[in-house]
Design a protein around this ligand. Structure first.
Ligand code: FAD
Length: 487
Protein backbone atom coordinates (compact mmCIF):
# COMPACT_ATOMS: atom_id res chain seq x y z
CA UNK A 1 0.00 0.00 0.00
CA UNK A 2 1.10 3.58 -0.45
CA UNK A 3 0.51 6.76 1.52
CA UNK A 4 1.07 10.48 1.46
CA UNK A 5 2.16 12.46 4.55
CA UNK A 6 0.86 16.01 4.60
CA UNK A 7 3.13 18.28 6.67
CA UNK A 8 1.54 21.40 8.22
CA UNK A 9 2.60 22.67 11.63
CA UNK A 10 5.04 19.78 12.16
CA UNK A 11 8.00 20.65 9.95
CA UNK A 12 10.48 18.03 11.13
CA UNK A 13 11.35 14.39 10.60
CA UNK A 14 12.31 13.60 14.19
CA UNK A 15 9.54 12.17 16.36
CA UNK A 16 6.79 13.09 13.89
CA UNK A 17 3.56 11.20 14.59
CA UNK A 18 1.95 11.30 11.13
CA UNK A 19 5.20 10.40 9.39
CA UNK A 20 5.72 7.46 11.74
CA UNK A 21 2.19 6.12 11.30
CA UNK A 22 2.41 6.39 7.52
CA UNK A 23 5.79 4.66 7.37
CA UNK A 24 4.57 1.91 9.65
CA UNK A 25 1.32 1.42 7.77
CA UNK A 26 2.42 1.66 4.13
CA UNK A 27 5.20 0.23 1.98
CA UNK A 28 5.60 3.35 -0.10
CA UNK A 29 5.42 6.80 1.49
CA UNK A 30 5.66 10.27 -0.05
CA UNK A 31 5.75 13.55 1.81
CA UNK A 32 4.19 16.87 0.82
CA UNK A 33 4.04 20.45 2.03
CA UNK A 34 1.56 22.89 0.52
CA UNK A 35 2.16 26.62 0.61
CA UNK A 36 -1.53 27.18 1.08
CA UNK A 37 -2.66 30.13 -1.02
CA UNK A 38 -5.84 30.38 1.07
CA UNK A 39 -3.66 31.39 4.04
CA UNK A 40 -0.84 33.17 2.21
CA UNK A 41 -3.05 35.42 0.11
CA UNK A 42 -4.35 37.14 3.23
CA UNK A 43 -0.87 38.05 4.53
CA UNK A 44 1.21 41.17 3.93
CA UNK A 45 3.80 40.63 1.19
CA UNK A 46 6.64 40.77 3.67
CA UNK A 47 6.11 38.31 6.46
CA UNK A 48 8.84 36.78 8.60
CA UNK A 49 6.72 33.70 9.21
CA UNK A 50 6.43 32.84 5.54
CA UNK A 51 10.19 33.15 5.27
CA UNK A 52 10.67 31.05 8.41
CA UNK A 53 8.40 28.37 6.95
CA UNK A 54 10.17 28.59 3.60
CA UNK A 55 13.56 28.05 5.24
CA UNK A 56 12.19 25.28 7.44
CA UNK A 57 10.67 23.48 4.46
CA UNK A 58 14.10 23.47 2.78
CA UNK A 59 15.61 21.93 5.94
CA UNK A 60 12.80 19.36 6.06
CA UNK A 61 13.50 18.40 2.45
CA UNK A 62 17.20 17.90 3.28
CA UNK A 63 16.33 15.87 6.38
CA UNK A 64 14.04 13.56 4.42
CA UNK A 65 16.71 13.03 1.77
CA UNK A 66 19.34 12.23 4.38
CA UNK A 67 17.03 9.86 6.27
CA UNK A 68 16.09 7.96 3.10
CA UNK A 69 19.66 7.84 1.90
CA UNK A 70 20.85 6.38 5.18
CA UNK A 71 18.42 3.53 4.42
CA UNK A 72 19.62 3.12 0.87
CA UNK A 73 16.73 4.97 -0.81
CA UNK A 74 17.76 7.62 -3.32
CA UNK A 75 15.98 10.69 -4.69
CA UNK A 76 13.50 11.06 -1.87
CA UNK A 77 12.57 14.65 -1.32
CA UNK A 78 9.69 16.68 -0.05
CA UNK A 79 7.02 17.30 -2.67
CA UNK A 80 6.09 20.98 -2.54
CA UNK A 81 2.98 22.59 -3.94
CA UNK A 82 1.67 26.15 -4.01
CA UNK A 83 -2.12 26.43 -4.19
CA UNK A 84 -5.24 25.78 -2.16
CA UNK A 85 -4.52 22.79 0.08
CA UNK A 86 -8.13 21.60 -0.18
CA UNK A 87 -7.54 21.04 -3.89
CA UNK A 88 -3.83 20.20 -3.98
CA UNK A 89 -3.89 17.35 -1.46
CA UNK A 90 -6.69 15.28 -3.03
CA UNK A 91 -5.20 15.90 -6.49
CA UNK A 92 -1.70 14.80 -5.53
CA UNK A 93 -2.91 11.79 -3.56
CA UNK A 94 -4.78 10.59 -6.64
CA UNK A 95 -1.87 11.28 -8.99
CA UNK A 96 0.40 9.22 -6.73
CA UNK A 97 -2.12 6.44 -6.34
CA UNK A 98 -1.96 6.74 -2.53
CA UNK A 99 -4.59 4.83 -0.58
CA UNK A 100 -4.25 7.05 2.48
CA UNK A 101 -3.15 10.51 3.55
CA UNK A 102 -1.63 11.03 7.00
CA UNK A 103 -1.54 14.32 8.89
CA UNK A 104 -1.39 15.61 12.45
CA UNK A 105 -4.26 17.26 14.29
CA UNK A 106 -4.67 20.99 14.05
CA UNK A 107 -7.53 22.09 16.28
CA UNK A 108 -7.85 25.69 15.13
CA UNK A 109 -11.38 26.19 13.75
CA UNK A 110 -10.07 27.17 10.33
CA UNK A 111 -7.87 24.08 10.10
CA UNK A 112 -10.66 21.79 11.26
CA UNK A 113 -12.91 23.07 8.50
CA UNK A 114 -10.11 22.71 5.93
CA UNK A 115 -9.45 19.14 7.06
CA UNK A 116 -13.16 18.33 6.95
CA UNK A 117 -13.24 19.44 3.33
CA UNK A 118 -10.06 17.53 2.43
CA UNK A 119 -11.40 14.41 4.15
CA UNK A 120 -14.58 14.67 2.08
CA UNK A 121 -12.73 15.14 -1.20
CA UNK A 122 -10.39 12.24 -0.43
CA UNK A 123 -13.26 9.99 0.57
CA UNK A 124 -14.87 10.68 -2.80
CA UNK A 125 -11.77 9.18 -4.39
CA UNK A 126 -11.68 6.24 -1.98
CA UNK A 127 -8.69 7.62 -0.06
CA UNK A 128 -8.62 7.68 3.75
CA UNK A 129 -7.37 10.61 5.87
CA UNK A 130 -5.68 9.45 9.08
CA UNK A 131 -4.86 12.10 11.66
CA UNK A 132 -2.93 11.90 14.93
CA UNK A 133 -1.99 13.97 17.93
CA UNK A 134 1.45 15.48 17.57
CA UNK A 135 1.41 19.13 18.58
CA UNK A 136 0.71 18.84 22.30
CA UNK A 137 1.25 16.28 25.04
CA UNK A 138 -2.47 16.02 25.89
CA UNK A 139 -5.21 17.17 23.58
CA UNK A 140 -8.96 17.40 23.26
CA UNK A 141 -10.62 15.11 25.84
CA UNK A 142 -7.47 13.58 27.26
CA UNK A 143 -7.44 15.67 30.45
CA UNK A 144 -10.95 16.28 31.76
CA UNK A 145 -12.38 17.04 35.18
CA UNK A 146 -13.77 14.10 37.10
CA UNK A 147 -17.31 15.11 36.28
CA UNK A 148 -16.54 15.20 32.56
CA UNK A 149 -16.32 18.81 31.35
CA UNK A 150 -13.03 20.38 30.38
CA UNK A 151 -10.92 22.35 32.85
CA UNK A 152 -11.31 26.12 33.00
CA UNK A 153 -8.79 26.81 35.72
CA UNK A 154 -5.12 26.23 35.12
CA UNK A 155 -3.82 24.83 38.43
CA UNK A 156 -6.22 21.88 38.70
CA UNK A 157 -5.68 21.24 34.98
CA UNK A 158 -1.93 21.23 35.52
CA UNK A 159 -2.24 18.84 38.46
CA UNK A 160 -4.41 16.48 36.41
CA UNK A 161 -1.99 16.81 33.48
CA UNK A 162 0.94 15.85 35.70
CA UNK A 163 -0.98 12.93 37.21
CA UNK A 164 -1.73 11.57 33.77
CA UNK A 165 1.82 11.97 32.51
CA UNK A 166 3.81 8.78 32.07
CA UNK A 167 6.86 7.84 29.98
CA UNK A 168 4.45 6.56 27.33
CA UNK A 169 3.29 10.09 26.45
CA UNK A 170 6.83 11.42 26.18
CA UNK A 171 8.22 8.62 24.04
CA UNK A 172 9.55 9.64 20.65
CA UNK A 173 8.08 8.04 17.54
CA UNK A 174 10.90 5.92 16.06
CA UNK A 175 10.53 7.32 12.55
CA UNK A 176 13.84 5.87 11.33
CA UNK A 177 12.65 2.29 11.94
CA UNK A 178 10.66 2.22 8.71
CA UNK A 179 12.55 4.88 6.78
CA UNK A 180 13.18 2.45 3.92
CA UNK A 181 9.48 2.89 3.07
CA UNK A 182 10.14 6.46 1.90
CA UNK A 183 9.62 6.57 -1.85
CA UNK A 184 11.08 8.86 -4.54
CA UNK A 185 8.63 11.22 -6.13
CA UNK A 186 7.78 10.24 -9.74
CA UNK A 187 9.71 12.70 -11.93
CA UNK A 188 6.54 13.88 -13.68
CA UNK A 189 5.25 15.18 -10.34
CA UNK A 190 8.48 16.61 -8.93
CA UNK A 191 8.90 20.41 -8.85
CA UNK A 192 11.70 22.49 -7.41
CA UNK A 193 11.09 24.30 -4.14
CA UNK A 194 9.46 27.62 -5.11
CA UNK A 195 11.45 30.69 -4.13
CA UNK A 196 9.97 33.27 -1.80
CA UNK A 197 9.43 35.48 -4.85
CA UNK A 198 7.62 32.63 -6.63
CA UNK A 199 5.27 32.60 -3.66
CA UNK A 200 4.72 36.33 -4.08
CA UNK A 201 6.71 37.43 -1.00
CA UNK A 202 9.69 39.67 -0.36
CA UNK A 203 12.46 38.90 2.09
CA UNK A 204 12.05 40.33 5.57
CA UNK A 205 14.70 40.99 8.20
CA UNK A 206 14.43 37.40 9.49
CA UNK A 207 18.03 36.59 8.70
CA UNK A 208 19.29 39.58 10.66
CA UNK A 209 17.59 38.26 13.80
CA UNK A 210 19.10 35.67 16.10
CA UNK A 211 16.41 33.23 15.05
CA UNK A 212 17.74 30.13 13.32
CA UNK A 213 14.97 28.34 11.42
CA UNK A 214 14.18 24.71 10.68
CA UNK A 215 14.68 21.74 12.95
CA UNK A 216 18.42 22.44 13.00
CA UNK A 217 17.73 25.94 14.28
CA UNK A 218 15.39 24.60 16.96
CA UNK A 219 18.05 22.24 18.26
CA UNK A 220 20.59 25.07 18.34
CA UNK A 221 18.24 27.15 20.51
CA UNK A 222 17.39 24.15 22.66
CA UNK A 223 21.05 23.34 23.37
CA UNK A 224 21.63 26.92 24.36
CA UNK A 225 18.56 26.98 26.61
CA UNK A 226 19.44 23.74 28.36
CA UNK A 227 22.56 25.50 29.68
CA UNK A 228 20.27 28.10 31.27
CA UNK A 229 17.14 26.15 32.16
CA UNK A 230 17.98 25.88 35.88
CA UNK A 231 17.87 29.67 36.17
CA UNK A 232 14.61 29.99 34.20
CA UNK A 233 12.32 30.43 37.21
CA UNK A 234 13.89 33.77 38.16
CA UNK A 235 15.48 34.85 34.87
CA UNK A 236 12.26 34.55 32.85
CA UNK A 237 10.69 37.77 34.08
CA UNK A 238 13.41 40.23 33.11
CA UNK A 239 13.29 41.25 29.46
CA UNK A 240 16.86 42.58 29.43
CA UNK A 241 18.33 39.17 30.14
CA UNK A 242 18.38 35.95 28.18
CA UNK A 243 15.94 34.04 30.37
CA UNK A 244 13.40 32.22 28.19
CA UNK A 245 14.03 29.60 25.53
CA UNK A 246 12.90 31.56 22.43
CA UNK A 247 11.50 28.26 21.16
CA UNK A 248 7.91 29.45 20.68
CA UNK A 249 8.16 29.91 16.92
CA UNK A 250 9.62 26.41 16.64
CA UNK A 251 6.80 24.99 18.72
CA UNK A 252 4.37 26.86 16.51
CA UNK A 253 5.64 25.32 13.30
CA UNK A 254 6.62 21.99 14.83
CA UNK A 255 10.28 22.27 13.94
CA UNK A 256 10.86 20.77 17.37
CA UNK A 257 8.91 17.97 19.03
CA UNK A 258 6.91 18.90 22.12
CA UNK A 259 7.60 15.40 23.47
CA UNK A 260 11.32 15.98 23.26
CA UNK A 261 11.00 19.29 25.14
CA UNK A 262 8.67 17.95 27.81
CA UNK A 263 10.90 14.88 28.26
CA UNK A 264 14.02 16.98 28.72
CA UNK A 265 12.21 19.30 31.12
CA UNK A 266 10.76 16.40 33.07
CA UNK A 267 14.15 14.70 33.47
CA UNK A 268 15.51 17.90 34.96
CA UNK A 269 12.48 18.31 37.22
CA UNK A 270 13.19 14.82 38.56
CA UNK A 271 16.77 15.91 39.19
CA UNK A 272 15.43 18.79 41.30
CA UNK A 273 15.62 21.74 38.89
CA UNK A 274 13.23 24.51 39.91
CA UNK A 275 13.85 26.26 36.60
CA UNK A 276 12.80 23.17 34.65
CA UNK A 277 9.71 22.85 36.83
CA UNK A 278 8.59 26.37 35.95
CA UNK A 279 9.38 25.83 32.29
CA UNK A 280 7.40 22.58 32.18
CA UNK A 281 4.53 24.55 33.66
CA UNK A 282 4.69 26.94 30.69
CA UNK A 283 4.50 24.00 28.31
CA UNK A 284 1.41 22.90 30.23
CA UNK A 285 -0.12 26.39 29.77
CA UNK A 286 0.31 25.77 26.07
CA UNK A 287 -1.65 22.51 26.25
CA UNK A 288 -4.22 24.24 28.47
CA UNK A 289 -5.00 26.95 25.94
CA UNK A 290 -5.13 24.44 23.11
CA UNK A 291 -7.79 22.41 24.89
CA UNK A 292 -9.68 25.61 25.72
CA UNK A 293 -9.79 26.53 22.03
CA UNK A 294 -10.88 23.02 21.14
CA UNK A 295 -13.69 22.90 23.69
CA UNK A 296 -14.72 26.55 23.46
CA UNK A 297 -14.22 27.74 19.88
CA UNK A 298 -16.45 30.73 20.69
CA UNK A 299 -13.33 32.36 22.23
CA UNK A 300 -12.38 33.35 18.70
CA UNK A 301 -13.94 36.79 18.50
CA UNK A 302 -15.88 36.54 21.78
CA UNK A 303 -15.11 36.71 25.47
CA UNK A 304 -14.70 33.30 27.07
CA UNK A 305 -16.95 34.62 29.86
CA UNK A 306 -19.73 35.88 27.66
CA UNK A 307 -21.00 38.52 30.08
CA UNK A 308 -17.79 40.47 29.42
CA UNK A 309 -18.93 41.13 25.88
CA UNK A 310 -21.25 43.76 27.38
CA UNK A 311 -18.24 45.99 28.10
CA UNK A 312 -18.19 49.22 26.18
CA UNK A 313 -14.77 49.89 24.63
CA UNK A 314 -13.47 53.22 23.40
CA UNK A 315 -14.20 53.77 19.72
CA UNK A 316 -13.88 56.52 17.15
CA UNK A 317 -11.07 58.79 16.01
CA UNK A 318 -9.56 59.47 19.42
CA UNK A 319 -9.43 55.75 20.23
CA UNK A 320 -7.95 55.04 16.78
CA UNK A 321 -5.19 57.54 17.45
CA UNK A 322 -4.41 55.95 20.82
CA UNK A 323 -4.36 52.50 19.23
CA UNK A 324 -1.97 53.72 16.54
CA UNK A 325 0.34 55.24 19.16
CA UNK A 326 0.34 51.90 21.02
CA UNK A 327 1.13 49.96 17.82
CA UNK A 328 3.96 52.30 16.94
CA UNK A 329 5.48 52.50 20.42
CA UNK A 330 4.59 56.16 21.04
CA UNK A 331 2.61 55.99 24.27
CA UNK A 332 5.16 57.89 26.35
CA UNK A 333 5.51 54.92 28.72
CA UNK A 334 9.03 53.68 27.96
CA UNK A 335 8.59 50.02 28.85
CA UNK A 336 5.41 49.76 26.77
CA UNK A 337 7.03 51.56 23.84
CA UNK A 338 10.26 49.54 23.95
CA UNK A 339 8.19 46.35 23.99
CA UNK A 340 6.14 47.39 20.97
CA UNK A 341 9.32 48.31 19.11
CA UNK A 342 10.75 44.89 19.95
CA UNK A 343 7.63 43.32 18.45
CA UNK A 344 7.64 45.49 15.33
CA UNK A 345 11.34 44.98 14.64
CA UNK A 346 11.77 41.33 15.49
CA UNK A 347 8.35 39.63 15.64
CA UNK A 348 9.17 38.57 19.21
CA UNK A 349 8.02 40.03 22.49
CA UNK A 350 9.06 38.88 25.94
CA UNK A 351 6.25 37.23 27.90
CA UNK A 352 6.28 39.81 30.74
CA UNK A 353 6.00 42.55 28.14
CA UNK A 354 3.14 40.83 26.33
CA UNK A 355 1.26 41.03 29.61
CA UNK A 356 2.26 44.65 30.23
CA UNK A 357 1.45 45.93 26.73
CA UNK A 358 -1.82 43.99 26.54
CA UNK A 359 -2.93 45.28 29.92
CA UNK A 360 -1.94 48.82 28.91
CA UNK A 361 -3.99 48.73 25.72
CA UNK A 362 -7.04 47.34 27.46
CA UNK A 363 -6.95 48.96 30.87
CA UNK A 364 -5.04 52.20 30.29
CA UNK A 365 -6.40 53.01 26.84
CA UNK A 366 -9.80 51.30 27.16
CA UNK A 367 -9.44 49.65 23.77
CA UNK A 368 -11.08 46.37 22.86
CA UNK A 369 -8.70 43.46 23.51
CA UNK A 370 -9.62 42.01 20.10
CA UNK A 371 -7.80 44.86 18.36
CA UNK A 372 -4.63 44.10 20.27
CA UNK A 373 -5.06 40.39 19.67
CA UNK A 374 -5.30 41.02 15.93
CA UNK A 375 -2.21 43.25 15.97
CA UNK A 376 -0.17 40.58 17.77
CA UNK A 377 -1.53 37.97 15.35
CA UNK A 378 -0.19 39.98 12.46
CA UNK A 379 3.22 40.65 14.00
CA UNK A 380 4.23 37.71 16.19
CA UNK A 381 6.51 35.11 14.62
CA UNK A 382 5.10 32.63 17.11
CA UNK A 383 1.49 33.68 16.60
CA UNK A 384 -0.65 30.84 17.76
CA UNK A 385 -4.40 31.33 17.90
CA UNK A 386 -4.88 29.36 21.13
CA UNK A 387 -2.02 30.97 23.09
CA UNK A 388 -2.55 34.47 21.74
CA UNK A 389 -6.27 34.45 22.39
CA UNK A 390 -5.65 32.95 25.84
CA UNK A 391 -3.06 35.61 26.64
CA UNK A 392 -5.29 38.48 25.52
CA UNK A 393 -8.34 37.18 27.32
CA UNK A 394 -6.20 36.73 30.42
CA UNK A 395 -5.10 40.37 30.26
CA UNK A 396 -8.64 41.57 29.50
CA UNK A 397 -10.01 39.53 32.43
CA UNK A 398 -12.52 38.04 29.99
CA UNK A 399 -10.94 34.60 29.80
CA UNK A 400 -10.88 31.43 31.79
CA UNK A 401 -8.56 31.74 34.77
CA UNK A 402 -7.84 35.35 33.79
CA UNK A 403 -6.48 38.01 36.06
CA UNK A 404 -9.39 39.71 37.86
CA UNK A 405 -10.51 42.93 36.17
CA UNK A 406 -9.55 45.08 39.12
CA UNK A 407 -5.93 43.92 38.87
CA UNK A 408 -4.53 46.63 36.69
CA UNK A 409 -0.81 46.64 35.99
CA UNK A 410 0.83 49.96 36.68
CA UNK A 411 3.15 50.37 33.69
CA UNK A 412 5.66 52.40 35.72
CA UNK A 413 5.82 49.97 38.62
CA UNK A 414 6.17 47.07 36.18
CA UNK A 415 9.03 48.90 34.55
CA UNK A 416 10.78 49.61 37.86
CA UNK A 417 10.38 46.03 38.93
CA UNK A 418 11.30 44.15 35.78
CA UNK A 419 13.69 46.51 34.02
CA UNK A 420 15.08 48.36 37.04
CA UNK A 421 18.16 49.74 35.29
CA UNK A 422 16.27 50.45 32.09
CA UNK A 423 18.60 48.18 30.12
CA UNK A 424 15.82 46.80 27.95
CA UNK A 425 14.26 50.22 27.44
CA UNK A 426 17.57 51.73 26.29
CA UNK A 427 18.05 48.99 23.71
CA UNK A 428 14.94 50.16 21.85
CA UNK A 429 14.81 53.80 22.89
CA UNK A 430 18.39 55.00 22.65
CA UNK A 431 17.21 58.61 23.01
CA UNK A 432 16.54 57.80 26.67
CA UNK A 433 19.99 56.27 27.20
CA UNK A 434 21.39 59.14 29.24
CA UNK A 435 18.45 59.28 31.64
CA UNK A 436 19.35 57.94 35.08
CA UNK A 437 17.61 54.72 36.12
CA UNK A 438 15.25 56.54 38.51
CA UNK A 439 13.86 58.68 35.69
CA UNK A 440 13.76 56.25 32.81
CA UNK A 441 10.50 54.59 33.81
CA UNK A 442 8.53 57.85 33.80
CA UNK A 443 10.54 60.60 32.05
CA UNK A 444 7.68 63.10 32.37
CA UNK A 445 8.32 63.21 36.11
CA UNK A 446 11.84 64.55 35.55
CA UNK A 447 12.45 68.22 36.37
CA UNK A 448 13.25 70.42 33.35
CA UNK A 449 16.95 70.78 34.32
CA UNK A 450 17.22 66.99 34.63
CA UNK A 451 15.86 66.54 31.12
CA UNK A 452 18.02 69.35 29.84
CA UNK A 453 21.12 67.73 31.31
CA UNK A 454 20.34 64.67 29.17
CA UNK A 455 19.60 66.76 26.08
CA UNK A 456 16.08 65.38 26.00
CA UNK A 457 13.01 67.30 24.95
CA UNK A 458 9.77 65.47 25.63
CA UNK A 459 7.35 65.75 22.76
CA UNK A 460 10.29 66.11 20.38
CA UNK A 461 12.72 63.27 21.15
CA UNK A 462 10.28 61.10 22.97
CA UNK A 463 6.51 61.06 23.40
CA UNK A 464 4.71 62.65 26.32
CA UNK A 465 2.34 60.18 28.00
CA UNK A 466 -0.87 59.71 26.02
CA UNK A 467 -2.84 58.83 29.13
CA UNK A 468 -2.66 59.28 32.89
CA UNK A 469 -2.53 55.93 34.55
CA UNK A 470 -4.37 56.98 37.73
CA UNK A 471 -7.28 58.41 35.72
CA UNK A 472 -7.34 55.44 33.35
CA UNK A 473 -7.50 53.10 36.31
CA UNK A 474 -10.65 54.72 37.61
CA UNK A 475 -12.24 54.73 34.14
CA UNK A 476 -11.45 51.03 33.76
CA UNK A 477 -12.96 50.05 37.06
CA UNK A 478 -16.08 51.86 35.96
CA UNK A 479 -16.02 50.28 32.52
CA UNK A 480 -15.97 46.81 34.04
CA UNK A 481 -18.86 47.57 36.39
CA UNK A 482 -21.28 46.32 33.75
CA UNK A 483 -19.97 42.83 34.41
CA UNK A 484 -21.01 43.06 38.04
CA UNK A 485 -24.53 44.14 37.14
CA UNK A 486 -27.22 41.58 37.97
CA UNK A 487 -27.98 39.33 35.01
P1 FAD B 1 9.45 30.28 27.19
O1 FAD B 1 9.35 31.12 28.42
O2 FAD B 1 10.76 29.62 26.94
O3 FAD B 1 8.29 29.19 27.30
C1 FAD B 1 8.37 27.93 26.64
C2 FAD B 1 7.16 27.68 25.80
O4 FAD B 1 6.00 27.54 26.60
C3 FAD B 1 6.84 28.79 24.82
O5 FAD B 1 7.62 28.70 23.68
C4 FAD B 1 5.36 28.56 24.56
O6 FAD B 1 5.15 27.56 23.60
C5 FAD B 1 4.87 28.04 25.90
N1 FAD B 1 4.29 29.12 26.69
C6 FAD B 1 4.92 29.95 27.53
N2 FAD B 1 4.05 30.78 28.13
C7 FAD B 1 2.84 30.49 27.62
C8 FAD B 1 1.53 30.99 27.82
N3 FAD B 1 1.29 31.98 28.69
N4 FAD B 1 0.52 30.46 27.11
C9 FAD B 1 0.73 29.45 26.25
N5 FAD B 1 1.95 28.93 26.02
C10 FAD B 1 2.99 29.43 26.69
N6 FAD B 1 2.63 32.35 22.93
C11 FAD B 1 2.68 31.82 21.69
O7 FAD B 1 3.32 30.79 21.49
N7 FAD B 1 2.02 32.42 20.66
C12 FAD B 1 1.29 33.56 20.83
O8 FAD B 1 0.68 34.05 19.87
C13 FAD B 1 1.25 34.15 22.12
N8 FAD B 1 0.59 35.31 22.34
C14 FAD B 1 0.54 35.84 23.60
C15 FAD B 1 -0.20 37.02 23.83
C16 FAD B 1 -0.28 37.56 25.10
C17 FAD B 1 -1.08 38.82 25.33
C18 FAD B 1 0.38 36.93 26.17
C19 FAD B 1 0.31 37.51 27.56
C20 FAD B 1 1.11 35.78 25.96
C21 FAD B 1 1.20 35.20 24.68
N9 FAD B 1 1.93 34.02 24.44
C22 FAD B 1 1.95 33.48 23.18
C23 FAD B 1 2.57 33.28 25.54
C24 FAD B 1 4.05 33.63 25.82
O9 FAD B 1 4.20 35.01 25.96
C25 FAD B 1 5.00 33.12 24.73
O10 FAD B 1 4.76 31.76 24.51
C26 FAD B 1 6.45 33.27 25.14
O11 FAD B 1 6.75 34.60 25.44
C27 FAD B 1 7.34 32.78 24.00
O12 FAD B 1 8.68 32.92 24.30
P2 FAD B 1 9.61 31.68 24.64
O13 FAD B 1 9.49 30.61 23.64
O14 FAD B 1 10.98 32.24 24.86
O15 FAD B 1 8.95 31.18 25.98
Amino acid sequence: SSALVWFRRDLRVDDQAALFHALKGARKVWCVFVFDSTILDALPRQDRRVEFIHDSVAVLDAELRALALSHGVHDVGLIVRHGAAVEEIPKLAQQLGAVAVYANHDDEPYAQERDRRVRGALAGAGIALHTSKDHVIFERDEVLTEGGPSYRVFTPYKNAWLRKLSPFYLRAYPVARYADHLAPCPSALARPLPSLTDLGFQTSNLHELKLPSGSTGALELLDDFLERIDAYDHARDYPAIKGPSYLSVHLRFGTVSIRRLARLAYERVEAGSKGAQTWLSELIWRDFYHQILYHHPHVVGNAFKREYDAIHWEKGKAADALFKAWCEGRTGYPLVDAAMLQLNRSGYMHNRLRMVTACFLIKDLGIDWRRGEAYFAEKLNDFDLAANNGGWQWAASTGCDAQPYFRIFNPVTQSEKFDAEGRFIKRYLPQLASLPAKLIHAPWLAKPPELEACGLVLGRDYATPIVRHDEARIATLKRYEVVKAPK
